[in-house]
Design a protein around this ligand. Structure first.
Ligand code: PEP
Ligand code: MN
Length: 290
């Protein structure tokens, strides 16, 4: 059996910390008591960006009730245009802290700049490195040193080997809590926003022992495609999904077309849990006290 363990970069004749050869067993992360990896399926849900107190709390309550594992929401947003809304910043972090206090859901939020890291670490249980920063190596090393779990999204035009090497920047700092995320790549196809590369799931599984999740929202760009791609990702063996949800998606400040409506999330979660079961994974749900 030939397994691609090392990227085909000549100077990279080192054994990667993320390699399956380094560790045969899948890594299972403990995120504030929630397991990510192994037989557990993580459903990470929440709005693209934090907009208001009501928007964040309504979404957090709804996804919590539907069985979400973690809550996502951006306070610092990587926008293609510098004139677009850039996120609420510190105020957004404060609202995320409120959502966490009320629902108990651990928080996934993006860090773009090391100068914001200290404030973000006050609330984040997982630091998201966005697709555009996947190769920001000083940022990766710094979040590695923070010791906080890191979710790394695949760059828009990055190979899987490059994604794995980005993870190495975090692992090299002694931080073993890394989640890899396929979120769609640039191809010649223009009928949808990005091309979701589901082959990344089994291939990253061959390459690494790290949990692999999928973001169907940013790949699709429109909500009709989010459920079918989520089902496919779960059935293909993803360790989880990160999906955008909003109380009134059409009014969302960013990524309006792709966010699921809060009212549709219950049904969505059930169906994704069913597809995860096909691949032998159980949606992580909080143990109900006997
Ligand atoms: C996001 O998760 O809101 C986001 C901007 O994702 P990506 O970095 O994958 O574009
Ligand atoms: Mn978004």
């Amino acid at each position: 059996m030939t397994i691609v363990m090392k990227p085909t970069v000549p100077e990279d004749e080192v054994m990667l910390a993320s390699s399956r050869l380094t560790r045969g067993e899948p890594t299972v992360l403990d995120i504030a008591g929630r397991r990510v990896g192994g037989g557990d399926f993580a459903l990470i849900a929440g709005p693209c960006t934090v907009e208001s107190r009501d928007q964040v709390l309504d979404t957090a309550r709804a996804v919590r009730a539907a069985g979400a594992t973690l809550f996502r929401g951006g306070a610092y947003k990587p926008r293609t245009s510098p004139y677009a809304f850039q996120g609420l910043g510190q105020e957004g972090l404060r609202l995320l802290a409120e959502a966490k206090a009320e629902t108990g859901l651990p928080i996934v939020t993006e860090v773009m700049d090391v100068r914001d890291l200290e404030a973000i670490l006050e609330v984040a249980d997982v630091l998201q490195i966005g697709a555009r920063n996947m190769q920001n190596y000083t940022l990766l090393a710094e979040v590695g040193r923070s010791g906080c779990p890191v979710l790394i999204k695949r760059g828009l035009s990055s190979t899987l080997a490059e994604l794995v090497l980005a993870a190495e920047y975090v692992l090299k700092e002694g931080n073993e809590s890394v989640i890899l995320c396929e979120r769609g790549i640039r191809t010649f196809e223009t009928a949808y926003r990005f091309t979701l590369d589901l082959m990344a799931i089994p291939v990253l599984r061959e390459m690494t022992h790290l949990p692999v999740i999928v973001d169907p929202s940013h790949a699709a760009g429109r909500r009709e495609l989010v459920l079918p791609m989520s089902l496919a990702a779960a059935a293909a063996g993803a360790d989880g999904i990160i999906v955008e949800v909003h109380p009134t998606p059409d009014e969302a400040i960013c990524d309006a077309a792709q966010q699921l409506a809060v009212g549709a999330f219950d049904d969505y979660a059930e169906r994704v849990a069913g597809a995860a079961a096909v691949a032998g994974r159980t949606l992580w749900r909080e143990a109900v006290p006997a």
